[in-house]
Design a protein around this ligand. Sequence first.
Ligand code: TXA
Ligand code: MG
Length: 358
Amino acid sequence: MVKSQTATIIIRVDPSGPDAAAIQQAAAILLGGGLVAFPTETVYGLGANALDAAAVQRIFVAKGRPASDPLIVHIAALDQLDSVAAEVSVLAHSLAQAFWPGPLTLVLKRRPAIPASVSAGRDTVAVRIPDHAVPLALARAAGVPIAAPSANMFTRPSPTVAAHVLEDLDGRIDLLLDGGTTPIGLESTVLDLTGAQPALLRPGGVSMEALRQHIPDLVFVPRYVENAPAAALASPGMLLKHYSPRAELLLFAGSPERALARMRQAAQAAIQQGERVGVMLPNEEIGTFADLAVVIIPLGPRDDMSQIGRRIFAGMRELDRRGMQRILVRGVARTGIGLAIWDRLLRAAEGRVIETDD
Ligand code: TXA
Ligand code: MG
């Protein structure tokens, strides 16, 4: 009998000062070609030795991720950058100085030491220094760059607690370092510096406003694509169906009052059809649904966009676990971290946006 699954070891670690023995064990697994999931300041990552093509291949298999979607390489310090990336420009250096460690991923020219499979065959590489003690200690202990996409199955919402990682990957990975809830809860911003103009590929933990301090004319031109893998190759990571719950999610845009009124109508109609309905809303707005048979996920105070951002992926997963068939979410203002929240909700909705201001 072929044994396709092994037990996943789970070790709890202090997110601000992980135990050295746990880090040593994790580093040994990485250097032996294994897979280790760990918390970062954004979401949980699924790591492999970025210099080991066979280990990198295992990431794609474990996640069910198409080989056309490139991975992010994590390093522990700026002096490792030159071993990963080439032609690092003055702009790249100043962005790294300003935002690392932190949730900004830079796409640069790839060094040959990084296997082509990490970057899905491209001559570029995505790299960042995470702002979290666990991956920093791990990259230092292993002494190699660590390739790590988010630690979820392909197209599922990204994991913000260890239980989400296990939900998707238990038995498919060697070790999970459980460091509690990830502080940002949304992935890093991906900025491509290899073209004629810097291009924002994915809004994330570093806001567009902060980047504009360095790149005044930066814009986000979403180029979502509907189908993989051919289209994904032209525009990696921009698959519209991404971060999706199993339930069908609808995103309501427009003024809060109108959006809420339309959501209420939609909830009533779905309930009448016999559907199980979940709603995700700022705390102040949950009263709108108090008399309806819906499951409510309060996302946090309306003005606390950081908290809302931290909760959306967990909210989608919870509603899936509770068997919802439809999820209704009110959109957020697309400023600051709101741009990343909007992007994730839009993709979870696979583009189903209900405009309520006309
Ligand atoms: O916050 C994060 O970025 C997390 C943590 C674990 O670091 N990682 C993460 O990785 O979200 P992943 O693989 O789920 O998303 C990586 C994104 C994808 O959209 C991918 O297409 C893009 O980065 N990317 C990676 N390498 C690229 C490259 N060479 N050129 C263009 N896009 C690239
Ligand atoms: Mg991902």
